[in-house]
Design a binder for this molecule. Sequence first.
Ligand SMILES: C[S@@+](CC[C@H](N)C(=O)[O-])C[C@H]1O[C@@H](n2cnc3c(N)ncnc32)[C@H](O)[C@@H]1O
Length: 308
Amino acid sequence: MSSYHLPVMAKECLEALSLKPGGVYVDATLGGGGHTLQMLKSCSGIKLYCFDRDEEAIGEASRMIGETDNVDLIHANFSTLRTELALRKVKSINGILFDLGVSSHQIDDRERGFSFDRDAALDMRMDKTQDFSAYDVVNGLEFRDLAKLIKDNSDELNASRIAKAIVAARETKPIESTGELARIIEAVVGSGSKDSLKTKVRVFQAIRIYVNGELEILGPALEDAINLLVSGGRIVVMSYHSLEDRIVKNVFRDAATGCKCPPKIMKCVCGETKRLKVLTGRPVSANEEELVQNNRARSAKLRVAQKI
Ligand SMILES: C[S@@+](CC[C@H](N)C(=O)[O-])C[C@H]1O[C@@H](n2cnc3c(N)ncnc32)[C@H](O)[C@@H]1O
């Protein structure tokens, strides 16, 4: 298994995808290729289209998987799923996996500037070709926008105080490193406590979500995926925080509801039909055995649905 990233709930994802020989599948978040490799091993003759917005992930997975016509590695945001597949003349798919967020490798690689406990230049871009990084957010946004992004993307109670401290600190000189940002947060909430650690986790995650536009692309991408699925095809999504999970839950619920006309109306006028059957009433979590081996699996929530 790759040290790049241990695939989370690999067995559960495989079962949920219910792969069929000859089927066409998408791994929307390739990472280190862990789930992709498991899919290739468990079912022969499938064709896989794998997306990652991080060129390094594409390189690593390409080394892991090796030369094969069964896999097409695509350096692109999954927000372009529909167009990228259309370019490859793919009109429908049998299943798709989204394993959201960042990989362990991205967090652990100091140079990427995702982590508060590894001092590095503020960056946090999943796609290094993007021209807008955490440095621009932290040093460029006005107080109000900064406070809103921290609050909206993390529910952090101290969002305003932290935004104020960031704005005050950058009046002297730009905030250039993850260490500087971490110390500004600690000065607001106190250092060394459990609360301070949680606040740093939340603020760094909030800035990462904003830099990579993670929340606004998710709903439309899930819609595109549902539309591409053949009848009986599966959509499998793993999320790692409540904001993401809420989007998945709502998109699934809406697609499974169909007609949204008020009950009084005798004949449907909205034209919406049921497109999905949700297969996981409550999201699935990793079992104890996996949690011992992989701490990252702790926050994972798996939701599965099937196209009608
Ligand atoms: C949790 S990791 C996936 C790990 C993978 N399942 C494995 O087993 O190795 C998430 C990966 O998805 C990528 N990613 C996140 N959001 C993306 C997006 N919108 N489009 C394409 N790739 C994305 C990240 O760059 C990262 O490599």
